[in-house]
Design a protein around this ligand. Sequence first.
Ligand code: 5GP
Ligand code: ZN
Length: 114
Amino acid sequence: MAEECIFCKIVAGEIPAEKVYEDEQVVGFRDIKPAAPTHLLFIPKEHIPTINDLTDAHEALVGRLVRAAQQTAAREPLSGGYRLVFNCLGDAGQEVYHIHLHLLGGRRLGWPPG
Ligand code: 5GP
Ligand code: ZN
């Protein structure tokens, strides 16, 4: 756990979050400032700052994040589809330096993103 990381604190239960998914490796919860009717975040329990910090050892974990999102999407009103996004570093708008997979849906999403 990284001392000042807000998502590590959510994993530890030190700050509240509306959890929608949890297993041994991954937690999913609702984004505090939703950008779409459904906006969920899926994070590893392990503190990994950015996508650039992933190694071969994380391959199964990244697969688990995507599967957790897929499984949770099936329980949300997302029959029209949804988008999965990782932002990496400042140009992509990364604000929290603990990797997280955004799941967005429930409205027509523009492409390409801004
Ligand atoms: P990023 O811009 O780093 O890809 O996305 C960070 C996301 O985390 C943003 O959508 C932001 O609203 C969300 N977020 C930041 N702090 C919190 C928090 O304390 N709780 C929850 N649930 N979401 C947060
Ligand atoms: Zn962290």
